[in-house]
Write a protein that binds this ligand. Structure first.
Ligand SMILES: NC(=O)c1ccc[n+]([C@@H]2O[C@H](COP(=O)([O-])OP(=O)(O)OC[C@H]3O[C@@H](n4cnc5c(N)ncnc54)[C@H](O)[C@@H]3O)[C@@H](O)[C@H]2O)c1
Length: 448
């Protein structure tokens, strides 16, 4: 079976590699000629752990082209993995998908055999069975049904962990125009995830709503934990991590994503939650949980800015450690570290920043007003207050001996990576959501 993949970006390129690793012939196509050239040369076009290895090992089954006839005409299945950016109202836009569909449809018009179109890009509920199906039928002159299948198949992957996420998902979600289309896609997935894996099949609109429901439920848990954290910042004797850990032991709740720290970011969580609220609004329904989840998330940078400005001496320097939205990726979209660096700079502080992978992207966004330093040690040594915003493993290696020059320093340890006791006498490690430490630190600083 031959599969074409339209869009060779952060999700598309790993899907090409994983399908090839399971024995499928895969041909990629992208509007960006550089990505086509890289995939043709078997060079991973995006940074993702394990991706280059798969491209190298399975290069015999991977090709790429700029020629739509070649990509679509020679394939049995076409996956569409192009951007669906959020509009100003929070709804996902279909422009890139529709443009790809126009190109695909022109080739399908000249092809008579069965073809399955799979939309993997995130869409608003009603899009795939509505405007996307309409455009496919218009452009190809064919009807979705026995000769032309249409599926919606979103992936629940996290950047930095995409290959593992694709090979070992909790479950696979397939929205299908009809049984034949769903059976074909399920047969592909069985080769990827195995005979025992959980595959949920449903109609197109249910699958679209399921995708954003899952992400909105997860962000709701994150915002709940952060709400708890803010209460514990102010409640004498309270520790949000102790409370959240106990709350998560209840099997109705569970511990995953119930970690009081800072807000969520990245290319999916924030916009999927906003889109969920938008779907409700467009239908005249209410989605207060989604709106509150988003509002609590936006509050987290304000909360941290207040904490930093409350403890830093006038004219002081703050270092933000972690600019990618999570470890193991250079992606800075909606990253809390970047948002915090901007907010602290706007509050008039001298801001330094560090990240093992995202320095380049972050500097472009932050400009010259934030100085990116090459090493963690340099950042900590130069700052009065250091905030660890992304739990990169290397930040757990910050040592009490890094700052022994008598200068008073604070480290705000958002992800509880450091042993606060070990730092006694060198600098104060403040754990978010732990009022006692906070109060002690601010009192100590106020006394100086
Ligand atoms: N990245 C993630 O973590 C993730 C996770 C789940 C879902 N998604 C969804 O997958 C979709 C793609 O996301 P991404 O992160 O891979 O985006 P991306 O920007 O990294 O890659 C998209 C690629 O599509 C290409 N492209 C754009 N228009 C095209 C067209 N008309 N024809 C051919 N190629 C075209 C671009 O050049 C780019 O290389 C989005 O809907 C996103 O919401 C992404």
């Amino acid at each position: 079976m031959r599969i074409s993949v339209v869009g060779l970006g952060k999700l598309g390129a790993p899907i090409v590699a994983v399908l090839a690793s399971k024995g499928f012939e895969v041909i990629g196509i992208d509007a960006n000629p550089l990505f086509v050239e890289k995939v043709s040369d078997h060079i991973a076009p995006v940074e993702e752990p394990g991706l280059q290895e798969l491209f190298t090992q399975h290069k015999a089954r991977i090709s790429a082209t700029e020629d739509w006839s070649n990509a679509i005409g020679t394939a049995d299945i076409t996956c569409i993995i192009v951007p669906t950016p959020s509009g100003a109202d929070g709804a996902f836009r279909n422009d890139y998908v529709l443009s790809a569909i126009d190109n695909i449809g022109r080739v399908l018009a000249k092809k008579s055999s069965y073809h399955l179109i799979v939309v993997n890009a995130t869409t608003m509920p009603g899009s795939v069975g509505g405007p996307i199906r309409q455009r496919l039928e218009q452009a190809s002159g064919r009807k979705v049904g026995p000769d032309l299948g249409l599926c919606y198949n979103p992936e629940f992957i996290a950047l930095g962990d995409v290959i593992k996420g694709l090979l070992h998902p909790d479950f696979v979600l397939i929205g299908e125009s009809d049984k034949k289309a769903g059976d074909l896609l399920e047969s592909v997935y069985r080769k990827v995830v195995g005979a025992q894996a959980d595959i949920a099949r449903m109609n197109l609109v249910n699958a679209e709503l399921t995708k954003i429901s899952i992400n909105t439920y997860v962000t709701m848990k994150i915002s709940f934990a952060n709400m708890l954290g803010e209460i514990c910042d102010r409640l004498e004797g309270a520790d949000a991590s102790v409370v959240a850990d106990a709350v998560g032991r209840d099997s109705r709740i569970g511990k995953k994503y119930l970690t009081p720290a800072i807000g969520y970011g990245g290319p999916c969580f924030p916009r999927d939650t906003i889109a969920f609220g938008r779907v409700a609004h467009l239908l005249g329904a209410r989605a207060e949980l989604a709106l509150a989840t988003d509002a609590i998330n936006r509050r987290q940078v304000v909360r941290l800015t207040e904490i930093v400005t409350g403890m830093i001496p006038s004219g002081g320097t703050v270092a933000v450690l972690g600019l990618s939205y999570k470890p193991s990726t250079p992606v800075i979209e909606e990253s809390q570290g970047v948002l915090l660096a901007k907010s602290l700079q706007e509050a008039g502080l001298v801001v330094l920043a560090h990240d093992p992978m995202a320095q380049g992207a972050a500097q472009t966004v932050l400009g010259e007003s934030v100085r990116i330093v090459p090493s963690t040690r340099e950042a900590v040594q130069q700052a009065d207050v250091t905030v660890i915003t992304t739990p990169w493993p290397e930040y757990a290696a910050i040592g009490p001996d890094w700052a022994h020059d008598g200068r008073r320093r604070f480290i705000i340890d958002c992800w509880h990576q450091l042993d606060a006791q070990a730092f006694a006498g060198s600098c104060a490690v403040v754990r978010l959501g732990q009022q006692v430490t906070m109060a002690a630190s601010t009192k100590r600083l106020a006394a100086e």
